[in-house]
Ligand binder design. Structure first.
Ligand SMILES: Cc1cc2nc3c(=O)[nH]c(=O)nc-3n(C[C@H](O)[C@H](O)[C@H](O)COP(=O)(O)OP(=O)(O)OC[C@H]3O[C@@H](n4cnc5c(N)ncnc54)[C@H](O)[C@@H]3O)c2cc1C
Ligand SMILES: *[C@@H]1O[C@H](CO)[C@@H](O)[C@H](O)[C@H]1NC(C)=O
Ligand SMILES: *[C@@H]1O[C@H](CO)[C@@H](O)[C@H](O)[C@H]1NC(C)=O
Ligand SMILES: *[C@@H]1O[C@H](CO)[C@@H](O)[C@H](O)[C@H]1NC(C)=O
Ligand SMILES: *[C@@H]1O[C@H](CO)[C@@H](O)[C@H](O)[C@H]1NC(C)=O
Length: 457
């Protein structure tokens, strides 16, 4: 087949449609339907062949369609600061729709970024092989007349949401650190300061507005597209791009908090007290790390276990100390045993039709093993240590009969399989919703890296 027959100048359109059916190599000219599809969007491509699977071409075209091209949101972790071929910052759901249609016509890889706090390279970042969709201009905020619902554009950070709600003496279940983005935080579950009293952020969502890969903009709530709404209570970015979220507001409370730092010898007793708290009571208590910075590279992993007493918490701490001591100088390892009481699980099941996380109603810990290190430390040495700590502690939970399958998305590492951890039935539900709302599998084929449902079923 000679190359210029494959061009899609209008006269040859019919020939081309037949000729390109087998052309699947990268940067191949597009089938004639691409020209028609682009023109139906009012997009006039640069002169010459329309190319698919060619990021440079797509970016040249996007340059004309989206004049503004900057992002102020840098990825939080240094190894996620990749250089996209181009960045598009859509200003409305309509622009997201337009962009997603163009990317799917031109078969161009992309990544979606809200606040950029995910620490897995490629999840909200992409290199020269693709387009970064930075949502930061979707920064609208509004409140319902009865003040019960706040509508949050997907590009906001929690700081802006809190500042917006403060004059109403209200708050919502957002990030414990105000710099985190709303987009990834909410779909990943979302542990706020008040998670044990009020439940997960995702359970407080009453409506998502989502752009589907075919460009349709839909609302998903208990009344509209109820299956998509349910799917989004766990199914992440397998269906489309969320452009705004309705979240229930909570009465603001004036809180006074104390950060107490204990020395190493005291830590086992602190952990024992924490276990007792998780088993017995129902009041606010957070445990965590303070003073994380965005300098350097971060790597995270998570596992869950039932709390039956203080023993395992203390054991994990021993393992943590050993692993921390074995790391190269400059690497700082954190172990964050996020205690979850049964109330969080029952809140989730009873609010807005429930979620797909497959949580067991028991006192439990969603442990986060987290490491930060400068770029001059070997990444593979550090990440292997974290992965092996995760593996060995997960095995211990199994042998001690306290294993829980749940993998908390917001703390999960690049090789973990959180969707699978929700259980077979929930996973199948997510898969069915993906098949219905993205029949051409655009999200799973063109998105750079993510927890793809097809990779976990
Ligand atoms: C300093 C720090 C503090 C943290 N504190 C908390 C905490 O208190 N509680 C907690 O639960 N987690 C916390 N996390 C984890 C955090 O919730 C996750 O990193 C989350 O992914 C961040 O959301 P983001 O919008 O900033 O992420 P991004 O990196 O922008 O996105 C994360 C993922 O979500 C996808 N995504 C984002 N927006 C959309 C959208 N609108 N539609 C479809 N897909 C989308 C992205 O493609 C990506 O896969 C913290 C992380 C850091 C670094
Ligand atoms: C965005 O800017 C980069 C360089 O900063 C450029 O290579 C790219 O073509 C631009 N893309 C768009 C869509 O404007
Ligand atoms: C918020 O609370 C403060 C005192 O706690 C009160 O003075 C103020 O009127 C309240 N504002 C609203 C909008 O309710
Ligand atoms: C979704 O619902 C919101 C709030 O009711 C409305 O403003 C928006 O236009 C709706 N979107 C679509 C696509 O119907
Ligand atoms: C790595 O860089 C840090 C500064 O970020 C420096 O203090 C340290 O000495 C360096 N380590 C090595 C092994 O080069």
């Amino acid at each position: 087949m000679i190359k210029n027959i494959l061009s899609i100048r209008a006269l040859l359109a019919v020939v081309v449609a037949a000729a390109t059916a087998t052309a699947t190599t990268t940067t191949s000219p597009a089938p004639s339907s691409a020209a028609a599809a682009l023109s139906s969007l009012g997009v006039s491509p640069p002169s010459g062949d329309i190319l698919i699977w060619n990021t440079g071409y797509t970016c040249r075209l996007l340059n004309h369609v989206f004049p503004r091209n900057e992002t102020f949101t840098a990825a939080w972790s240094q190894n996620c600061r990749l250089h996209a071929s181009c960045i598009v910052t859509p200003k409305s759901a309509q622009e997201v729709s337009h962009l997603l249609r163009i990317l799917s016509i031109l078969k161009t890889k992309f990544a979606i970024r809200s606040g950029g706090h995910n620490t897995n390279p490629g999840f909200s970042s992409i290199g020269s092989n693709g387009v970064l969709i930075a949502l930061e201009k979707l920064d609208t905020l509004s409140i319902s007349t009865d003040h019960k619902i706040v509508t949050i554009g997907a590009g906001n950070k929690w700081q802006s949401v809190y500042e917006y709600l403060q004059p109403y003496n209200l708050t919502t279940l957002g990030g414990r650190e105000a710099v985190v983005g709303v987009g990834g935080f909410i779909i990943g579950g979302g542990l706020s300061t008040f998670y044990n009293s009020y439940g997960l952020a995702i359970d407080s969502v009453t409506r998502f507005q989502e752009v589907l890969p075919d460009g349709t903009i839909v609302n998903a709530s208990q009344k509209e597209h109820a299956d998509l709404y349910k799917g989004l209570k766990g199914g992440l970015n397998n269906f489309g791009i969320v452009t705004d979220y309705d979240l229930a507001t909570n009465t603001g409370i004036d809180i006074y908090y104390d950060i107490k730092t204990y020395t190493v010898p005291n830590t086992p007793s602190v952990l024992a007290a924490y276990a007792t708290y998780l088993l017995d009571t129902d009041f606010l208590l957070g445990i965590g790390t303070a003073g994380l910075t965005s300098a350097g590279i971060s790597y995270s992993g998570t596992f869950s276990y039932k709390v039956t007493g203080p023993t395992f918490l203390k054991e994990t701490y021993e393992v943590y100390l050993k692993a921390a001591a074995s790391l190269p100088a400059g690497a700082v390892l954190s172990y964050v045993p996020q205690g979850v009481i049964t109330n969080l699980v029952t809140k989730g099941a009873s609010q807005n039709g429930g979620n797909l996380l497959g949580l067991e109603a028991a006192p439990q810990v969603w442990a986060n093993i987290f490491v930060q290190f400068p770029a001059n430390v070997s990444q593979s040495v550090v990440t292997r240590t974290v992965d092996s700590v995760l593996d060995s502690l997960t095995s211990s939970t199994k042998s001690e009969g306290i294993f829980l399958p749940y993998i908390f998305v917001n703390d999960a590492g690049p090789n973990q399989k959180p969707l699978q951890s929700f259980g077979e039935e929930n996973l199948k539900y997510i898969d069915a919703v993906a098949t219905k709302y993205d029949p051409k599998v655009v999200m799973q084929k063109l998105q750079n890296k993510a927890y793809f449902v097809s990779g976990e079923v």
